[in-house]
Design a protein around this ligand. Structure first.
Ligand code: MN
Length: 130
């Protein structure tokens, strides 16, 4: 079980991702933009951030770069979840500091596999992983 920050401005996608992640026992904090994400990151240290790249205002690329720049959040894995499926977008996301990249529509098994990969074993509570 992990604490996950979800940054997604589309309510349907936010709901879907939240339901999928909670079904695995993860705790999900959902925000819709960079302002909300900064507020959460001031008081919490999530194990993983799910990042929609297309956000109103500061986009997901810029927000990821900001997260990477700040020492207190630099090591949190960021998983890009995006409908930008153009050639070069994945590279752009990785250059911004994303640790993983998934395209929409959200696929439950893909999302869970990538979340599991990025969480590794280190964030699991002792004895919490089977
Ligand atoms: Mn969006």
């Amino acid at each position: 079980m992990a604490q996950i920050l979800l940054v997604e401005d589309n309510p349907v996608n936010a709901k879907l991702a939240t339901v999928i992640l909670r079904s695995q026992g993860h705790t999900v904090e959902a925000v819709t933009d960079a302002v909300g994400a900064r507020q959460v990151l001031q008081v919490q240290r999530p194990d993983l951030i799910l990042m929609d790249l297309g956000l109103p205002g500061v986009d997901g690329y810029a927000l990821t770069r900001e997260i990477r720049r700040r020492p207190e959040t630099a090591s949190i894995p960021v998983l890009a979840v995006t409908s930008f499926a153009m050639k070069g977008d994945e590279l752009k996301a990785r250059e911004a500091g994303c640790s993983g990249y998934l395209t929409k529509p959200i696929n439950r098994l893909e999302l869970l596999a990538e979340v599991q990969r990025l969480l590794g074993g280190s964030t699991a509570p002792p004895g919490g992983r089977r």
